[in-house]
Ligand binder design. Sequence first.
Ligand code: NAP
Length: 283
Amino acid sequence: MTVILDGKSLANKIIENIKINTESLSKKPKLAVILVGDDSASQIYVKNKQKKAEYVGFDSIVIPLPSDVTEENILEHIYILNEDENINAILVQLPLPKGINQKKILEAIDPIKDVDGFTSYNFGRLALGYMPYAFPCTPKGIVKLLDAYNIEIESKNIIVIGRSNIVGKPLSLIFQQRNATVTMANSYTKNLKELTKNADIIVSAVGKPNFIDGSFVKQGAVVVDVGINRTEVGILGDVDFPSVYEKASFITPVPGGVGPMTIAELLENTYELFKIQRSLILQ
Ligand code: NAP
């Protein structure tokens, strides 16, 4: 029997827990989101994040900037947010419009407010096996979802398809630290199917609908679908669900799998950064 990894209900539990913990705080955590341009998907994501932040009792602010904003202007906003004691977490919604140096923008965030864990300080600490201030939300959510279903990571053959800085790369580092044997695939990988068929856990973070079908999956493997692909028939993951469901022992749905976990971890990271900053003030 294939088990569906229900990210939505686990995310709801995490969110309810954060809500309860926030009620007892005299000061509320505050999340700031910088939204550049008018990409409709980004606008929906940001609205959703803000709605959830308000639901758990956080304060939040969205700073909308036009797509022709200068790099200097975005940086000025970040410097102000870095200095503002009332702001605990800063998120720059990606992707940024073409022509803006994403690396420079993300690097400007104070690591202690870097809620996505994308600065080289936090990412570097993650890579070295030290505690970052925050782990990137999607990888953290994926690992938490696997743990919630007692899916063993140690000693497993895991393939992570996609090597982005926001999903594939940090996820592969976390899996390695959990003593898995990790293969990372990218668009240059040859014989992908041979590699996936040897994997106990397959994570697809590619961004192509129906990229992984049942023929890529060994019987009993765990399949995590990170993809969010907007198509004419609605939002699809990377995984051809019906054929993979036949083979997998566990599988994430799209929607309702990794997506909700990402938002839950954003809120958890905001809460944790708030706690770290408060503890430093009280020292
Ligand atoms: P990305 O920056 O879009 O890059 C895609 C990755 O897939 C690249 O590393 C690329 O390799 C690799 N790739 C492309 N074609 C491939 C092929 N034929 N074989 C193997 N690898 C291939 O990645 P991302 O930002 O991580 O996004 C991936 C997907 O996840 C998107 O659909 C995105 O919307 C979704 N996403 C979902 C969540 C969530 O919360 N559920 C969060 C983040 C992203 P190269 O590096 O060689 O180009």
